[in-house]
Ligand binder design. Structure first.
Ligand code: ADP
Length: 316
């Protein structure tokens, strides 16, 4: 009788080269558990963020690139990394990471620096449908960053400040540039900062609700991405969807975690695993990113029009 295959000794790596941050997750190849993770911000689409995140995880574990048995990269700048054996889109990696953190999840809301995504997943964790807001700041972390600057408040403080608001105001512009003008006008009229910030977060939730309605709300919902750290964004989205969101402990590194799990599958199958990966969904995401399909930026939409959504072909 053949002896059972011994789990590989060493590590696999997932990298999420995001628009604002670099994220890395290292898994122990033998156990599949998270050995180290890091997030680093070094400027827009800069490989410095990824380098810093890698230096942190390697330093923590006392290892180097030679100890990495497989590496998968995802995110905005995923094609810019030599260390990666292959790349997988953010939609697929975020879904995989989020479901591994919260196996009951049927929907993932990911709000990062440059885009927001709503992903429906089946019981196995496979992406069935998604909607994304790409190349437009509406409903993204960028929108919050621009308006935090306009209100002159630190990003980490804008959520708690908004929750303290007494009263509300509606920010009507979805476009970050127009919303900034609107916010400055409201402040000039004497509107309270906290009330303005509350309106800013409500506008983000409104945009996210549009994406959710395109896909069709499913529960439980997990929220990932940097904006999951913003308590007012979470609260407003919960209110808009009339449900609680699950925020896992590794929310900001969910995409890197998903990439690392694909790297582990590749290692274990000694090839390019297709487990929990739908090539048709991958093609659709790549097409949106390449501009081959309309990404429906909010400012180009007519009133009442919804952002575009995609669905897995029946039987695919
Ligand atoms: P990307 O993957 O596109 O680089 P992330 O998922 O890292 O983006 O999310 C970045 C966004 O997260 C920022 O634009 C910001 O809005 C939000 N963010 C990051 N850190 C914090 C924080 N401490 N508090 C509130 N929001 C934060």
């Amino acid at each position: 009788m053949n002896a059972p295959a011994r789990p590989a000794a060493g590590y696999v790596l997932g990298i999420d080269f995001g628009s604002t941050t670099g994220k890395a997750v290292v898994l122990d190849a033998a156990t599949g558990r998270i050995a180290a993770s890091a997030v680093s911000q070094k400027g827009a689409v800069s490989d410095e963020g990824v380098k810093a995140a890698l230096a942190q995880v390697f330093g923590e574990l006392g290892i180097g690139p030679k100890d990495i048995l497989r590496c998968v990269a995802t995110g905005y700048g995923r094609r810019m990394l030599d260390i990666a054996d292959r790349t997988i889109t953010e939609i697929t990696c975020h879904a995989r990471g989020a479901v591994s953190l919260e196996p009951s999840a049927r929907m993932v809301i990911d709000i990062g620096g440059q885009d927001s995504k709503v992903i429906a997943v089946d019981e196995a964790g496979l992406v069935t449908q998604f909607a994304m807001n790409d190349r437009c700041a509406a409903g993204t972390g960028k929108f919050l960053e621009v308006l935090a600057r306009a209100v002159n408040i630190e990003l980490a403080r804008m959520g708690p400040a908004a929750l303290a608001a007494e009263g509300s105001v509606k920010i009507t512009s979805m476009c970050a540039t127009f919303a900034e003008t609107e916010v400055i006008a409201l402040l000039a009229e004497g509107c309270d900062k906290a009330v303005v910030l509350d309106g800013v977060h409500a506008a983000v939730a409104n945009r996210v609700m549009g994406l959710v309605s395109r896909v069709g709300q499913r529960e439980p919902i997990v929220m990932t991405g940097g904006v999951a750290q913003n308590i007012a964004a979470v609260t407003h989205i919960e209110r808009a969807l009339s449900t609680r969101l699950i925020i896992p402990s590794h929310a900001q590194v969910a995409g890197a975690l998903g990439a690392a799990l694909f790297a582990l599958d590749d290692l274990r199958t000694d090839g390019v695993s297709q487990r929990l990966l739908d090539p048709k969904i991958e093609d659709q995401v790549e097409a949106v990113e390449a501009g081959g399909l309309p990404c429906a930026p909010a400012c180009a939409q007519k009133p009442g029009e919804q952002p575009i959504a995609f669905q897995r072909a029946p039987g695919a």
